[in-house]
Design a binder for this molecule. Structure first.
Ligand code: FE2
Length: 502
């Protein structure tokens, strides 16, 4: 018998698991969905299919846990059709058979039922990326699950026909629009607790083009990166992994206030681990990157790499334990979160005392709490003009996120870096936004000319709406589409043109 979900904030109210699988044709549209849009907006949410009740020391649920439930909004001729399916991971299949939870604490197999400790850990709940005829459902400590991009049926756990030697695959691979490569990496690449890291790339034909193995300075949280034409800048957040703590029932991560933020700059060509260059900055937490690009000197050498990212001045994931906390360490209610640009100076001298090169303070691009930065993906790796993100406008209070995740993110923002102009699309009270993505008006439209697509959770009606915003008139959506369901806070998603999937 399926028992009720426990009475904890992440699993009640709007975030009570949705658990819906199926199809709704012809979603009701208010306004007009632009006829130029012909493609699919894919997104995924962690959506526990059953109460996470298995753990001998009691329930400890965090919002990144839960089975990946993939939504697809097919947009064509001004109509929107909706489909949603769980990824049929080994975990979901085994727990459905058992009709009970078998997995324990987040990313800690030592706390799972003995019969599943050797099973694939993936919930496939973090991102969905289209690649070479497959929709990849990603969770960063395992390889992807491949889905049929039309039906969303699960094809299976996929190692790219044996080409991937890393045991893990990032949830944030980037597509280089010039080479059409999928630029990837695996962290804890030889298993949980290992410092092994693997950079690799896959060509548009499905074949691996690059692979480089190296060691991270410590075993930590390596979630996202910036990708320029010649480098991958991996961000190693000061969240440590300690296998001994996990064996005792602890969580996978703990935030260490005494540890610096580290960045690993990995050349995209070649496999020489000694070419990986590490940089540090003060203890802080970059969450997601918008983009990266590089500057080349007169001799053709890359002199600088720039990475634009959301940056929090401390731990933004308070559900993970902390160590070495200081009296003045920020809390989740007063933490500073900004959109910034780091500069990696490759011509500066490398320290000879065994320490890493120190980064200068980053330039602030947007001084407003924000998350989920996106760009016009046709400009990945190039110096781009626009950044879109979800932002928090807190009336009458200092700009701070009151809670992690969607709480507080109530608007979409477009930053024009060329003109220094910022525009917002604010929603009515009791609305929270999910990650947006950008769809160009046409194949050859200029950068940023197109539409921002995202989901808005209406806490008053307990329903989700899909909104489409024309970037030429950013303040108000041109279409509000009734999903007719409550879609709890998702993680990531992408717009895929129909022509790309043909
Ligand atoms: Fe992410």
């Amino acid at each position: 018998m399926a028992v009720p979900f426990p009475d904890i904030p992440w699993l009640q109210g709007f975030d009570k698991p949705c658990r819906f699988e199926g199809e709704v044709r012809n979603l009701i549209v208010h306004g007009e969905v632009p006829k130029q849009l012909d493609g699919t907006f894919f997104r995924v949410m962690p959506d526990p299919h059953i109460s996470p009740s298995y753990h001998e020391n009691g329930i400890h649920y965090i919002p990144f846990d839960g089975d990946g439930n993939v939504s697809a909004f097919r947009v064509k001729d001004g109509h929107v059709d909706f489909r949603q399916q769980y990824v049929k991971t080994e975990r979901l299949v085994k727990e459905r058979e058992a009709r009970q939870s078998l997995w324990g604490r987040y990313q800690n197999p030592y706390t799972s039922h003995p019969c599943v400790r050797a099973a694939i850990e993936s919930t496939a709940n973090t991102n969905v990326v289209y690649y070479h005829g497959n929709l990849l459902a990603l969770k960063e400590y395992t390889l992807p699950y491949s889905l049929d991009p039309v039906t969303l049926e699960t094809r299976g756990y996929w190692d790219f026909d044996g080409q991937i030697s890393s045991r893990s695959f990032t949830a944030h691979p980037k597509v280089d629009p010039k080479t059409q490569e999928l630029v990837c990496w695996g962290t804890q690449a030889k298993g949980p607790g290992t410092t092994d890291c693997c950079y690799f790339a896959l060509g548009p034909d499905g074949k691996k083009t690059e692979e480089c193995w190296f060691q991270n300075p410590f075993c930590g949280f390596l979630h996202d990166a910036g990708v320029s034409e010649d480098y991958v800048a991996l961000m190693l957040v000061p969240m440590r992994v300690d296998i001994e703590k996990m064996k005792k029932g602890g969580l996978h991560y703990y935030y260490d206030h005494d540890l610096d933020l580290h960045w690993g700059l990995v050349p995209r060509r070649g496999s020489d681990a000694t070419k990986v260059r590490w940089f540090t900055w003060k203890n802080s937490f970059p969450t997601h990157t918008a983009n990266a690009y590089q500057e080349v000197g007169p001799d053709g050498e890359v002199e600088k790499v720039f990475v634009e990212t959301v940056l929090a001045q401390g731990n933004v994931l308070p559900f993970f334990p902390e160590e070495n906390r200081k009296d003045n360490s920020p809390t989740i209610s007063n933490i500073k979160i900004q959109l910034v640009r780091f500069c990696f100076d490759l011509k500066a001298e490398v320290p000879t005392d065994g320490t890493y090169q120190r980064l200068s303070d980053p330039e602030v691009l947007l001084d407003l709490p924000c998350e989920f930065p996106r760009i016009d993906d046709r400009f990945t790796g190039q110096k781009q003009r626009f950044i879109f993100c979800a932002t928090a406008h807190v009336t009458g209070e200092p700009n701070s996120l009151s809670l992690v995740g969607s709480a507080g993110l109530n608007s979409y923002t477009m930053v024009d870096l060329s003109l220094g102009k910022v525009e917002h699309c604010l929603f009515r009270p009791n609305s929270l936004v999910q990650e947006p993505c950008f769809a160009p008006r046409s194949k050859d439209a200029s950068e940023g000319d197109g539409f921002l697509i995202g989901l808005v959770n209406r806490l008053d009606t307990m329903l989700t709406e899909m909104v489409v915003i024309d970037t030429k008139n950013f303040s108000k959506p041109v279409a509000v589409v009734e999903v007719g369901l409550r879609l709890r806070q998702g993680l990531h998603g992408n717009w895929v043109e129909a022509s790309e999937m043909e």
